[in-house]
Write a protein that binds this ligand. Structure first.
Ligand code: PMP
Length: 307
């Protein structure tokens, strides 16, 4: 699919077809890798590709890397340069997804983090909608619980942890839902398989706190910021019970891949009017305007790729 693309692998830009790892690679066997998911948006009018909140993604990457005790010879500044050069070399004129990935590359048997070699790659592919929607998502609360911080740190974006998301996502799909919502071990709403969740409740946004095993989403932070500055809506971060979902005025999920997606049904129950609500609609519009560089106030969140 991506054979004509260039990626960064073993400290060099190479054709994607040459970037291969062996079957004994530690991360492949034990899930000992960490990654980021970053979007860049193409705007035809200005012929520019804008990477969204690149520095924030790379800072979270740095955190995940520390949790997994991976050492890289690259600073955040260097990773940022690699990202821009990667996009330039591929001459993308479309929306793309960028995936930096740091991993334990030793080829040996033995599960651990120490005394292993580390490696890094970054690739990028054209990317449209992550979740297909026709007027809002129908989601189901998962029978799979969100992994607890003391089992594996959910706030680091570790490859192995995504088995948790995959179990929940596939269960939801096989049960006829578009997406799953996972609860924490003690029964509070945590997040979707690759999205944070927000409720619109009594004129405010309510979203689970960092301590409910969520990934600290960059889109989540973006939404909290623009809800306040653009719409004058405050966000409350607090634990949410399952049945509060059913009584919310509106619900939406958000993430780099998903962007901002309205939820119109939870466990077969219509949310609010059962249609996409006005607050969600306003946030979707505002988010899309910002990521495409149409709002000057948030230009600092965008890194232009082309000179
Ligand atoms: N939770 C999980 C489990 C995710 O994989 C993602 C996607 N990275 C998110 C939340 C949303 O995070 P972000 O907005 O930073 O993409």
């Amino acid at each position: 699919m991506a054979d004509n693309l260039v990626c960064f692998f073993d400290d060099a830009f190479v054709p994607m077809s040459e970037a291969k790892v062996g079957v004994m690679t530690h991360a492949f066997n034990y899930g000992t890798g960490c990654f980021e998911g970053i979007r860049a948006y193409w705007t035809a009018e200005s012929e520019q590709l804008y990477v969204f909140r690149l520095n924030d993604h790379l800072r979270r990457f740095e955190h995940s890397r520390q949790v997994l005790m991976i050492d890289l010879p690259y600073s955040i500044e260097r990773l940022s340069e690699i990202c821009i050069e990667l996009l330039r070399r591929n001459q993308f004129k479309t929306d793309v997804y960028v995936r930096p990935l740091a991993y334990k590359s030793s080829e040996l048997i033995g599960v651990r983090l120490h005394n292993l070699t580390d490696a890094f790659t970054m690739f990028s592919v054209p990317f449209g909608d992550y979740v297909e929607t026709k007027g809002g998502l129908s989601v189901g609360v998962s029978s799979w619980r969100r992994i607890d911080d003391n089992a594996a740190p959910a706030r680091a974006k570790l490859t192995g942890i995504y088995v948790n998301s995959a179990l929940a996502k596939t269960e939801a799909a096989l049960n006829g839902f578009d997406e799953s919502i996972m609860l924490t071990d003690d029964g509070h709403v945590s997040e979707g398989s690759a999205e944070n969740i927000f409720l619109v409740l009594g004129g405010r946004l309510v979203t689970p706190p960092p301590t409910d095993n969520i990934l600290m989403g960059i889109t989540r932070d973006t939404i909290i910021t623009i809800a306040k500055t653009e719409l004058g809506i405050e966000t409350v971060e607090r634990s949410i019970d399952r049945s509060e979902l059913y009584g919310a005025d509106e619900i939406f999920v958000c993430g780099t891949g998903a962007q901002v997606l309205p939820v119109v049904k939870v466990d077969h129950r219509p949310i609010g009017s059962g249609e996409v609500g006005p607050t969600t609609q306003a946030l979707v519009k505002s988010y899309m305007d910002i990521v495409h560089g149409n709002v000057d106030t948030y230009r600092s969140w965008l890194t232009p790729v082309y000179q």
